[in-house]
Ligand binder design. Structure first.
Ligand code: G3P
Length: 218
């Protein structure tokens, strides 16, 4: 089971890296914009900076909507660093681009997946990863977790090698439930990951241990 950090924020990536808890990073155009990274050259440089501080795959998303443009962007992104995985939206042109990039040995992460059929076609085209968005399904009153269970089940039946990244994770409970469901990866905001460490009995227990120590060691 792997944890990716879902951010383009270098400080957060460093913090998680120092704790030794992340196996990669996923970004998207919204996360890049949130960090104020604009302009093609700056964006490319930012991906390289992320690769320098994390060991593991770094998803960088294309912005073209035609397969030709996606392939051109994907080849450029992949040439930046061996850790780059090209993130492609699950639209017909994206599936075409995934097929082509896979043949060329470039790994892809198929994003914006909201049903199992989309995940299946992305896997069939050769995607290294599929990214179902659970939080956004929950937002519209559907069950994001149910989608993770369904994709895990189908991929298991057919022995598909494509890894499932549970994305759009909003909280610590989402992470645990994705792990129970058998997702290969959870890509999360940093606070959702560090939230796994929180328990009031841990805090209270530590406080008491330290108070007892202080009493006898003044
Ligand atoms: O990286 C894609 C995904 O994790 C987006 O999450 O919170 O914008 O739905 P969110």
């Amino acid at each position: 089971m792997k944890f990716f950090l879902d951010t383009a924020n270098l400080d957060q990536i460093k913090t998680a890296g120092e704790m030794g808890i992340i196996d990669g990073v996923t970004t998207n155009p919204s996360l890049m914009a949130k960090e104020g990274i604009t302009g093609n050259e700056n964006i490319l440089e930012h991906y390289v900076n992320i690769c320098r501080i994390v060991d593991g795959d770094v998803s960088a998303e294309v912005i073209s909507t035609e397969s030709e443009g996606m392939v051109e962007e994907g080849e450029k992104l992949a040439s930046l660093h061996e850790q780059i995985v090209v993130k492609v939206p699950v639209i017909p042109e994206g599936i075409k681009a995934i097929k082509y990039l896979t043949k060329k040995g470039i790994r892809t992460n198929c994003t914006l997946i909201f049903n199992a059929g989309q995940a299946l076609l992305a896997a069939k085209a050769g995607a290294a990863y599929v990214s179902p968005f659970i939080g956004r399904l929950d937002d519209i009153g559907q069950d994001g977790m149910e989608l993770i269970h369904q994709i895990v089940h189908i991929f298991d039946i057919y022995g598909l090698e494509t890894e499932i990244i549970a994305a759009s994770i909003r909280n610590t409970n989402h992470i645990l439930r994705c792990m129970e469901a058998g997702a290969h990866v959870a890509t999360c905001p940093l606070d959702a990951i560090t939230g796994l460490l929180n328990h009031p009995l841990t805090s209270a227990g530590l406080e008491k241990f330290l108070a007892d120590h202080r009493k006898l060691n003044k």
